[in-house]
Design a binder for this molecule. Structure first.
Ligand SMILES: O=C(O)C(=O)C[C@]1(C(=O)O)C=C[C@@H](O)C=C1
Length: 365
């Protein structure tokens, strides 16, 4: 068979497969529509239907990854199903999700990675604004950065949890790749200034020291803001990621310039709905302790006694007294798991205050 004839036959096969795939996706979407009707029918008096079910979404994605036999790898297959579910959910209820803007930030990338592209993502100017929009019910969910593997905690986010009563309903992790970007009019040999968010400048500190030791480093509100600025300046560059590069039509003159190749940021999904257990969950709490000897030891003992794995502990000033602190603690397990529940009860007895921020499925993608 000639190459042309072979290609024709294969493309006919692909067309036939696509027809079947489309039929099945449509059948799945109709099923989701019926799910929405059922959710609306079974409501108690005054209860609002809950369309978005993060625990179910995590189960669907995990199952697909377990079933996958290749040749597409697990992440690729999960991403495809992520988008199918996102479109199905949009038929039930189009979600509004606030993120730290402007458009093109890593937080927007995280929002789309977690919810898929069928949500309406709305840029906010500050982390606190995201919390306020979610608390006011103006959006269904918010996405906020909480920690970076190179630079540590995002304190604005931690402090906002002290001021608002919102629930963490998910987490998403994003590999952060930074590039050095220039605009159409930039004279590459005359760059005298680089814009980026302070965290990103810090994440590329050594690279800048080695390659551009003498240029001015200017911290701006976001990487996307940095990208927007270089469009109109001939002597500036920006450090930002792929989304901002695409959005502002810039060119990468150096790629993946982050000092640590595993540079990642963890984001949290904040909302108003508690999430049931999936069997593979995390819980986040804030604990305040009185300032006495051994306080931290007393706080951690119940976790140790009950075999609960801590994944992170962060300290912040409590804002209610000089030299008093609160601890942000993340651990594996769900607040309804018996051993976790027991540990939390003991901690409640020992502490000045315990606030459970939420239990949520561990990031799948
Ligand atoms: O199972 C549900 O509750 C659904 O609404 C269906 C579905 C899906 O497409 O699989 C859609 C949205 C939910 O967030 C979870 C799952």
């Amino acid at each position: 068979m000639s190459e042309e004839a072979q290609l024709k036959a294969l493309r006919n096969r692909i067309d036939a497969i696509d027809e079947k795939v489309l039929e099945l996706i449509s059948e799945r979407a109709r099923c989701a529509q019926v799910v929405a009707e059922v959710k609306q029918k079974t409501l108690a008096e005054g209860e609002q239907p809950v369309f978005y079910r993060p625990e179910r979404e995590a189960q669907v994605l995990k199952r697909i990854m377990e079933l996958n036999k290749g040749p597409l790898d697990n992440e690729e297959v999960a991403r495809l199903f992520r988008e199918i579910m996102s479109a199905c959910l949009a038929l039930e209820e189009p979600l509004r999700v606030a993120y730290l803007g402007p458009e093109g930030t890593f937080t927007q990338a995280a929002a789309l990675k977690h919810f898929g592209h069928s949500v309406k993502s709305l840029p906010m100017a500050a982390i606190d604004e995201i919390f306020r929009e979610v608390a006011a019910g103006a959006v269904h969910f918010g996405v906020v950065p909480v920690e970076n593997s190179t630079e540590g905690a995002i304190n604005h986010t931690l402090d906002s949890f002290l001021e608002h009563d919102l629930v963490i309903c998910g987490e998403v992790e994003l590999r952060i790749h930074h590039h050095l970007l220039v605009g159409e009019n930039t004279r590459v040999d005359k760059i005298s200034r680089v814009y980026s968010h302070a965290q990103s400048l810090a994440q590329c500190r050594k690279w800048l020291d080695a390659h551009y030791p003498n240029i001015e480093r200017v911290a701006v509100a976001s990487n996307a803001d940095a990208a927007r600025r270089v469009q109109s300046e001939w002597n500036s560059a920006a450090i930002a990621g792929d989304m901002a590069c695409e959005l502002y039509g810039l060119t990468r003159i150096a790629e993946k310039i982050e000092d640590r190749p595993d540079n990642s940021t963890r984001f949290l999904i904040i909302g108003n709905q508690e999430v049931p257990p999936t069997g593979d969950d995390k819980t986040s709490v804030i604990v305040s302790m009185s300032n006495r000897p051994g306080a931290l030891h007393h706080l951690l003992q119940p976790f140790h006694d009950n075999g609960v794995d801590l994944t992170r502990i962060e300290t912040r000033p409590s804002r209610s007294g000089k030299w008093t602190y609160v601890f942000f603690i993340d651990f594996l397990g769900h607040q309804h798991d018996p051993l976790v529940k027991d540990a939390l009860e003991k901690i409640r007895d020992e502490s000045v205050g315990l606030k459970i921020l939420g239990s949520y499925p561990k990031a799948v993608l």
